[in-house]
Design a binder for this molecule. Structure first.
Ligand code: F6R
Length: 613
C-alpha cells in the first residue's frame, strides 16, 4: 500500500526521492507526490496517477533542495485525486507531512480543530494530523519534535509519518505505529522509507523504528530516537541483506515472470542450512526453542490472508499428515472478529509474505491476549509481524515485487514442509525410511521446478486459446485443493477473469451447473493420491462438454485420453506436488494477463502489503 521515502543530507534530494518512489511502485498506489525544501521555500507537488506522471508534471519546475519527502498513496479516506494525494501541507503551508496508515479518530480531531477556526483542503485523515501538529506548535510554543510527539499521543490508529518544516531545513521528524518505517544511515546523510527498497542502493546500515517511536533526524548529527512517551532509546543498527539486483527485472518483461523463474533458487534458499538430506537432518533454527510447545500443542492455528492462507492450507495437510497435530487454518480477517476459542496451549502460526498485513497483525494481537504462543513465517526481514511474534522463521525468498505472490507461496510451503517433517521426526510419527525418502525428494524440488518451467510454451499456447473467456474453474483434491484455490486467485487478480477453486469432489454439489462448452476447467491431476477419483471428476466435466486443461504427471496416459490440453510436470512425492503443480498455474495466469494487456505487476485496486483492514 502507500509508500514513503525521504532524504536529508548533502546530495540533491529529488533524484533520490523520485527513484525511491519508482522502487515503491510495487506496493500499489493511485497518486504520488513530493515536497522539497530549498531557500526557505517548501514546494509541494502531487498528482493522481503514476510516478511517471508526477515526473512529467515536474518538468520545468524548481526541484532543488537537499531535504525532501515523497509518497505514493493508496486511497483510503477520500478518492484518489491531486488534492488527497500526499504530501499534505499544514494550513499555513509551513509544514508538510507524508503518512501511511489510518488515523481512526481523525473526525473527532478535525471537528475540534474546526471549532478553533482551522480550515481543511482535503478529506484525508493526514491533513488533520499535520494541522494538529501545527496547532500544538503554535499554542503550546514547543519545537517541532515535541509538537509531533504531543500530537501522536492524541492519535488513535496506525501511522508511519515523516514531517518537514519550512523553518528548519536541517531536520526531519519520523514516527511509526503499526506501519513500518526504516531509516538508512549513510556516511553523512539519512534515508527514510516504508521499506528498505529505496534505501539499499545507498547504505546497508539501517534502523527499524519500533511502534510508538519517534526519530529526530538532524543534518550532520546522530540519529535520535525516543518513544512518544518521551523515553530516550538507543538506535539499534542492523545490516540489510537485500541486494540491488533483486529489485530489478534482470531482463524479464515483468517482475512476476522473473519471480516465477526464480523459484528453483528461492526454494533452495528457503531450505538452505535447514535441510541436510545426506545426514537426515531437518531443523528450522528460528523455532527450535518452541518445538516442544509445538508437539504438545492442543492445536496449531494458522492465521493468514490470500495466498499465504493457501500456503497455510497446504501446511495443515502436511502437519496433520506427518506430525499428527490438529491444525486449523483461519482467515485472519475472520479470526480477529469472530470471538474464537483460543487456549493457552494453542500455538498460532501467522504466515505473511510482507509481514505487514493488518488483519494478520490483529489476529496475532488477539491470540496473544488469550495467552497463546505465536510464531511467524514471513518473507520480509524486520517486518511488523516478524517483530510481533514470539519467534519465527523467514522464508528467504528474496524481495517479491510483483503484486501477485508467486515465489513467496512456494517458499512458505517449503518452510511448512520442513516444520512438518521436523515435528514428525521428534514426535516419532514418521518412520526413518519415509523421512529420508521425503527429504531426498524435497532436496530435488529446485531441479524439478527447473524442469517444470520448460512447459512455458505449452502453457502460453493454452493461454492464447482461453484468454477471452469470462470464467474459469480450478479443481484439485487432497494436497492439490489449495493449489486449485491458488491457481484461481492468481488468474482473477492479474487477468480480471472470474475464477473459482474447488475441491474436485465438491463440483457435483453446485459448480457443476456452470459447466458447458464455454467453460474451461483446470484439473490438478497428478498420478498420486486420489488420481482415479479425479479422473472420474474429469469425466463428469467432459460429459457436460466442458473444456479440460489438466496438470498431469509426465508420461500420463489416462488423463490425456480425456483432457483437451495436458501440461506435464515431473513426478514427485504426493505431499510435494503443490510445489511443482503451482508453477504452470502461475504461468497460465501470467500469459493470459499479458495477452489481455493487463498490468501484470500492479493489477488494478491491489496493493502488495495490505496495511489496512
Ligand atoms: C495474492 C496476494 C495476496 C496476499 C495477501 C496476504 O497474490 O498477494 O492475496 O497473499 O494479501 O499478504 P501477506 O502474505 O503479505 O500477508
Amino acid at each position: 500500500m502507500c509508500g514513503i521515502v525521504a532524504y536529508i543530507g548533502p546530495k540533491d534530494a529529488y533524484p533520490i526521492l523520485i527513484n525511491g518512489l519508482y522502487r515503491l511502485e510495487y506496493r500499489g498506489y493511485d497518486s504520488a507526490g513530493i515536497a522539497l525544501l530549498h531557500d526557505k521555500k517548501l514546494s509541494v507537488y502531487k498528482t493522481k496517477g503514476k510516478v511517471s506522471e508526477l515526473e512529467e508534471h515536474l518538468q520545468g519546475k524548481n526541484i532543488s533542495g537537499n531535504i525532501g519527502i515523497a509518497h505514493t498513496r493508496w486511497a483510503t479516506h477520500g478518492e484518489p485525486n491531486d488534492i488527497n494525494a500526499h504530501p499534505h501541507s499544514s494550513e499555513s503551508e509551513d509544514l508538510a507531512i507524508i503518512h501511511n496508515g489510518i488515523i481512526e479518530n481523525y473526525l473527532t480531531l478535525k471537528e475540534e480543530l474546526m471549532s478553533r477556526g482551522h480550515k481543511f483542503r482535503s478529506f484525508t485523515d493526514t491533513e488533520v494530523l499535520i494541522n494538529l501538529i501545527e496547532d500544538i506548535q503554535n499554542n503550546e510554543k514547543v519545537d517541532l519534535p515535541e509538537a509531533v510527539r504531543i500530537a501522536l499521543n492524541q492519535v488513535i490508529g496506525a501511522y508511519a509519518i515523516v514531517v518537514i518544516s519550512k523553518h528548519d531545513p536541517d531536520i526531519l521528524i519520523a514516527a511509526r505505529k503499526g506501519s513500518p518505517l526504516v531509516i538508512g544511515l549513510g556516511k553523512d546523510d539519512f534515508y527514510i522509507a516504508s521499506d528498505a527498497t529505496p534505501i539499499v542502493e545507498f547504505t546497508k546500515n539501517v534502523v527499524y523504528l519500533d511502534d510508538q517511536e519517534l526519530a529526530i533526524i538532524r543534518r550532520n548529527k546522530d540519529l535520535k530516537i525516543k518513544t512518544i512517551k518521551n523515553k530516550d532509546k538507543t538506535p539499534y543498527i542492523q545490516k540489510l541483506e537485500m541486494s540491488l539486483n533483486a529489485l530489478e527485472k534482470g531482463g524479464f518483461e515483468h517482475f512476476m515472470l522473473k519471480e516465477i523463474y526464480e523459484q528453483p533458487r528461492s526454494i533452495h534458499d528457503s531450505f538452505r542450512g535447514r535441510l541436510n538430506a545426506s545426514k537426515g537432518d531437518v531443523r528450522v533454527g528460528g523455532i527450535i526453542d518452541y518445538e516442544t510447545k509445538l508437539i504438545n500443542a492442543k492445536r496449531i492455528i494458522i492465521v493468514a490472508c490470500g495466498t499465504s492462507w493457501h500456503a497455510g492450507l497446504v501446511g495443515e495437510y502436511l502437519i496433520e499428515d506427518l506430525a499428527r497435530i490438529p491444525v486449523e487454518v483461519e482467515y485472519a480477517s475472520e479470526f480477529r472478529y469472530r470471538n474464537p476459542v483460543i487456549y493457552e496451549d494453542d500455538v498460532v502460526i501467522a504466515i505473511s509474505q510482507s509481514g505487514e498485513t493488518a488483519d494478520t497483525l490483529a489476529a496475532i494481537e488477539l491470540a496473544r491476549s488469550k495467552g497463546a504462543t505465536i510464531l511467524g513465517i514471513c518473507n520480509v526481514v524486520g517486518s511488523s509481524i516478524a517483530r510481533a511474534t514470539d519467534a519465527g522463521t523467514y522464508t528467504h525468498a528474496g524481495p517479491e515485487i510483483g503484486v501477485a505472490s508467486t515465489k513467496a507461496f512456494t517458499a512458505q510451503v517449503t518452510v511448512l514442509t520442513l516444520i512438518a517433517l521436523r515435528l514428525a521426526k521428534i514426535k516419532g510419527t514418521i518412520s526413518t525410511s519415509r523421512f529420508f525418502q521425503i527429504i531426498h525428494e524435497l532436496e530435488m524440488i529446485p531441479d524439478l521446478i527447473e524442469k517444470t518451467l520448460k512447459v512455458d510454451p505449452v502453457v502460453k499456447e493454452i493461454a492464447g486459446k482461453y484468454k477471452d473467456v469470462r470464467n474459469f474453474l480450478y479443481l484439485g483434491r487432497g494436497y492439490n485443493f489449495p493449489v486449485a484455490l491458488e491457481g484461481a486467485l492468481k488468474l482473477k487478480e492479474i487477468s480480471y477473469i472470474h475464477a473459482e477453486g474447488y475441491p474436485a469432489a465438491e463440483m457435483k454439489h453446485g459448480p457443476i451447473a456452470l459447466i458447458d462448452e464455454e467453460m474451461p476447467v483446470v484439473f490438478i491431476a497428478p498420478n498420486k493420491g486420489m488420481y482415479e477419483k479425479v479422473i472420474s471428476n474429469i469425466q463428469e466435466v467432459k460429459a457436460r462438454k466442458g473444456k479440460v486443461i489438466a496438470v498431469v504427471t509426465e508420461g500420463d496416459t489416462s488423463v490425456k485420453k480425456l483432457a483437451d490440453y495436458c501440461i506435464e510436470i515431473p513426478e514427485t512425492e504426493e505431499l510435494l506436488v503443490p510445489l511443482v503443480a503451482t508453477i504452470p498455474l502461475q504461468l497460465l495466469s501470467y500469459h493470459i494477463a499479458v495477452m489481455r494487456n493487463c498490468n501484470v505487476d500492479q493489477p488494478r485496486n491491489l496493493a502488495k502489503s495490505v496495511t489496512v483492514e
